[in-house]
Write a protein that binds this ligand. Structure first.
Ligand code: FAD
Ligand code: AMP
Length: 478
């Protein structure tokens, strides 16, 4: 038997590495097991988020956005940049460098905080033991507490099996070395829209096939409709109610079969990205004797404090219920580390922001108007268009709107939904307001710097009572 730890964390994604660092900071003897092999053939930390998720996708989104801005919008500002060209290989090399810096940074943080990094595949055995295997080597460690943070992997669907270089998942779509002429994307979810946007901006003719009829049903319908309109204007051909049923590959093209309201259809692409969601990854993590229960969808079953069915064993992040978001995973990691260290800790699952990093960005927290109404809550709301914001005009970014949704009786903020430039930054205001249980009036009575895009949120809060300043008012103050 090897070393004994207070905490062993399995997985070093944003859930696991944050949990491990926090646990070590709390004075607990902590180890973190990771098996991800990076491009250089060595174990790397950071999980999906740093290696093939949040960071590489945002690097490509930002670069492709800057390219379009320079090519199409600069001349409106009086900047002449005639010959704007894109070097895809250079963009990819920069993305790889950022990923390398960040994943290497976590190893540094582990050292600085005294977290022992164990390399290999971790498996939870019975009686709070963890086996770490690497090749033929197997070592068993004892742990007072175990945190499983094994993450998620892309869902594959039978109609479109992945085919090297032709039918790819989100990871493959971050590696294209040239711009495909005709690109198909299955799924108009967050990842599909982001990756579709990257390649659309770089010149692909992009068709998004989405089985559902409603576009972004989790977003307030006013914001979702505006987003759909703006993405269409940018050239994304989003086909709603189009369910993919099959595919055929032929040399260097793929024919996708789908059904829509008109019947059976076909479309031909040079590349196809399958973005139909992610599923929890628990393969090889749980020994049969470990006694840890999964739910009916394959997630590790946990309570509100991320406790599994076995005392002393916790699970966090994408492998448990809730939104598959890096910051949700990290916050759960902090909560669990604090609980293990003997503190009282809670997560507020009602105030987790979500962002789609398209251009403009879409961001929301809390309920949308349709959800609140469906829950039987009487709602009032206020919206403000970016077109009426002085700063948005100065920024040449007048598309979008901010909407504040509040309880009609208590005025408490139920949700904030935004589409507009830097919506992902602006949403933090809604998150903080909701975390503090603010009313719409609290936001309305707060002093905002001028001229900022944040003022759109202020004006939306003022508009809840019909008192937006820079918009035709609907109500007179009593
Ligand atoms: P992961 O990051 O998946 O990490 C799990 C880790 O556990 C992996 O490193 C894996 O190798 C390791 N592991 C698994 N089993 C074992 C084992 N038995 N032994 C040892 N190690 C093991 N989220 C956002 O919040 N914002 C975004 O902008 C965003 N963009 C995304 C873009 C894309 C293209 C994708 C695919 C995802 C994106 N996400 C985003 C989602 C985000 O990446 C995940 O929610 C997040 O990574 C989940 O963190 P996690 O720690 O739970 O799991
Ligand atoms: P998300 O889970 O947010 O990443 O979104 C995935 C999207 O893929 C959902 O909106 C699904 O409706 C969509 N989807 C799943 N299967 C299919 C399919 N066979 N054809 C088209 N869209 C699909």
């Amino acid at each position: 038997m090897a070393d004994k730890y207070d905490v062993i964390v399995i997985g070093a994604g944003p859930g696991g590495y944050v949990a491990a660092i926090r646990a070590a900071q709390m004075g607990l003897k902590t180890a973190c097991v990771e098996k991800w092999i990076g491009k250089e053939g060595k174990v790397v930390h950071g999980g999906t988020c740093l290696n093939v998720g949040c960071i590489p996708s945002k690097t490509l989104l930002e670069t492709s956005h800057k390219f379009v801005e320079a090519r199409d919008d600069f001349s409106d500002l009086g900047i002449e940049a005639p010959d704007v060209k894109m070097d895809v290989k250079k963009m990819m090399a920069r993305k790889d460098k950022i990923v390398k810096n960040l994943t290497g940074g976590i190893s540094g943080l582990f050292k600085a905080n005294g977290v022992t990094a164990l390399e290999g595949t971790g498996k939870v055995l019975s009686s709070k033991k963890v086996e770490v295997s690497s090749g033929d080597d197997k070592t068993t460690y004892e742990a007072e507490n175990i945190i499983i943070a094994s993450g998620s992997v892309p869902v594959e669907i039978p109609p479109t099996p992945l085919t090297e270089g032709l039918i790819v998942d989100s990871t493959g779509a971050l590696e294209f070395q040239e711009v495909p002429k005709r690109l198909g994307v299955i799924g108009a979810g967050v990842i599909g829209l982001e990756l579709g946007s990257v390649w659309n901006r770089l010149g692909s003719q992009v068709t998004v096939l989405e089985a559902m009829d409603d576009f972004l049903p989790m977003v307030d319908q006013a914001v979702a409709k505006e987003t759909q309109k703006l993405l269409k204007k940018q050239g994304l051909d989003i086909l709603m109610g189009a369910r993919v049923t099959g595919s055929e590959t032929d040399g260097d093209e793929v024919t996708v079969k789908y059904t829509d309201s008109k019947g059976d259809q076909e479309a031909v692409f040079d590349k196809l990205i399958v973005c139909v969601g992610r599923r929890p990854y628990t393969k090889g993590v749980l020994d049969d004797d470990a006694g840890i229960k999964l739910d009916e969808r394959g997630f590790i079953f946990v309570d509100d404090h991320c406790r599994t069915s076995v005392p002393g064993v916790y699970a966090i992040g994408d492998c448990v219920r809730g939104q598959m978001l890096a910051h949700k995973a990290s916050e759960e990691g902090i909560m669990v580390a604090d609980i293990i260290a003997g503190h009282k800790a809670e997560m507020n699952y009602d105030a987790i922001p979500c962002v789609i990093y398209t251009s403009p960005e879409v961001a929301w927290v809390g309920m949308n108007e349709q959800e609140a109404k469906a829950a039987g809550i009487k709602v009032k709301s206020g919206s403000f268009p970016f077109a009426a914001s002085g700063r948005a005009m100065a920024n040449n970014a007048t598309e979008g709107l901010a909407k504040v949704i509040a309880d009609e009786e208590t005025d408490r903020i139920l949700g904030v939904h935004i589409v507009g430039q830097h919506a992902g930054e602006l949403i933090a205001q809604g998150v903080i307001a909701m975390e503090f249980g603010s009313s719409a009036e609290d936001l309305a009575l707060t002093c905002y710097a001028h001229p900022t895009l944040s003022e759109a949120v202020h004006e939306a809060a003022l508009a809840v009572e019909g008192h937006a300043i820079h918009m035709a008012n609907r109500k007179k103050r009593k």
